[in-house]
Design a protein around this ligand. Structure first.
Ligand code: ATP
Length: 414
């Protein structure tokens, strides 16, 4: 009996000991798992979502990866952001400021620089534009968003985001912005020679020389090439026209007004036709699908405008189709030349340029050249006649074929 009690006591002691050891083991196991699971939860919290944003900082050489993990999830999203492209989703105003790296001007600064908004230099769909004389001595242009324009509110944010990260010598670069007292303002480099349209159509201006026209065409092509292939993600302008081409003090042309620009991938299909009558790609009108080749179409119209001095909204393309009946790829376009040139142009250059422009306005988008090919072709066309390449072009018909081959080589690109 004594032995039985002793066994029982020992059994209880051993059982309790095993229980305590097991409980401790389980506890430390739980603690260990918690500790490690906790870490992985944290990792989950800070791990960037799949769609990291590649923002090009200087527009040319370097890029910065911005992940939306940097962005507080609980920040309120304003209605202004609801139409932002997918790749911009998650960015909030503060992030925009730091991502763009462009200065924010106070309302007072801009009010003073524009003499209380009295230095009006124009009016667009976006709102009035003022010339601004800054205390630093800089002359800038300030676009003030029309307060009653919903389209303008969205354009404002689009432009801050787009232009803030895009920099190229052939773009009208955004150099600052203002957002105060309910007024949104965009601050640009001031383009002292106004728009290409004013030079082509205003009697007040001297006639643009042939060489200036060639240079302007190449400048615009380079600006667009940058938007299509240098910008990350690519940008389709969507409103190329002569009033959106501005000229600086050395008559260098720059592409302006990204008001209806969109990041290409996320906005291939839009519900309404955007653009300006006379410049809109007919394929886009029928498919509502806007691609880089739609910009190429508008650029082709612009090239014809530069050659002819005729307004794209006043029957230019009818004249082009009429002249095209008697013209080949690179000859027979002389009739289209602007009479104000008074015959002072290079006939061969004009024919090459018109042939190129006609390729750009091909109704079938995949048959149009890319902006890369257009830059190459225009660079060749612009070379002086006595250059080796040009002599080869004049003497050797196969070179002409090469030029055409270059222009039409990427038939499948959109
Ligand atoms: N950076 C600038 N420097 C000098 N003038 C400018 C500048 N930006 C715009 N302007 C002038 O202000 C006027 C209005 O420009 P804005 O871009 O707002 O509209 P638009 O291109 O003329 O028309 P829309 O908005 O319909 O495309 C234009 O006449 C243009 O010449």
């Amino acid at each position: 009996m004594r032995n039985f009690h002793l066994g029982l006591v020992l059994g209880i002691i051993i059982g309790v000991a095993i229980g305590v050891v097991s409980a401790m083991a389980v506890m430390s196991c739980i603690r260990y798992r918690r500790k490690h699971l906790g870490r992985s939860d944290d990792k989950e919290k800070v791990r960037p979502r799949a769609e990291e944003l590649l923002i090009r900082v200087d527009g040319q050489h370097s890029s910065t990866m911005l992940s939306d993990s940097n962005i507080s999830r609980d920040s309120p999203r304003t209605s202004e952001w609801s139409n932002m492209p997918q790749w911009l989703e998650g960015l909030k105003r503060k992030s925009v400021e730091s991502a763009c790296g462009i200065p924010k001007y106070s309302y007072k600064q801009l009010q003073k620089a524009t003499r209380n908004f009295t230095t009006n230099i124009g009016e667009g769909a976006f709102g009035p534009v003022y010339k601004a004389q800054m205390e630093t001595g800089q002359t800038l242009a300030v676009k003030v968003l029309a307060t009653d324009s919903n389209q303008g509110a969205m354009e404002f944010l689009t432009e801050v985001l787009l232009l803030g990260r895009l920099h190229h010598r052939n773009l009208v670069n955004l150099v600052g912005y203002g957002a105060e007292r309910g007024r949104h303002m965009l601050v640009y480099v001031y383009m002292s020679n106004g728009s290409l349209a004013s030079h082509l159509y205003n009697e007040g201006h001297e006639t643009l020389s042939w060489n200036s026209r060639l240079q302007i065409a190449l400048d615009v092509a380079r600006g667009l090439e940058y938007l299509h292939y240098g910008a990350v993600p690519p940008v389709v302008h969507r409103d190329i026209k002569s009033s959106n081409i501005l000229l600086d003090d050395s008559m260098k042309a720059r592409v302006a007004d990204f008001g209806i620009s969109r990041q290409e991938k996320s906005d291939l299909h839009s519900s309404d036709v955007k653009g300006t009558f006379g410049y809109v790609d007919p394929e886009y009108i029928s498919t509502l699908t806007f691609t880089r080749k739609s910009d190429v179409y508008s650029f082709g119209v612009l090239l014809f405008e530069i050659l002819s001095g005729k307004n794209a909204q006043k029957g230019l393309m009818e004249i082009v189709e009429f002249v095209a009946i008697g013209a080949a790829d690179d000859e027979g376009w002389e009739q289209i030349a602007d009479p104000r040139l008074d015959g002072k142009f290079d006939v061969q250059q004009l024919n090459y340029m018109a042939g190129l422009a006609y390729n750009c306005v091909n109704p079938v988008s995949r048959k149009r050249p890319s902006m890369r090919e257009i830059v190459l072709a225009l660079s060749e066309i612009r070379k002086p006649r006595n250059s080796e390449t040009y002599r080869a072009m004049a003497a050797d018909t196969t070179f002409e074929l090469d030029l055409k081959g270059t222009v039409g080589s990427s038939l499948t690109e959109r």
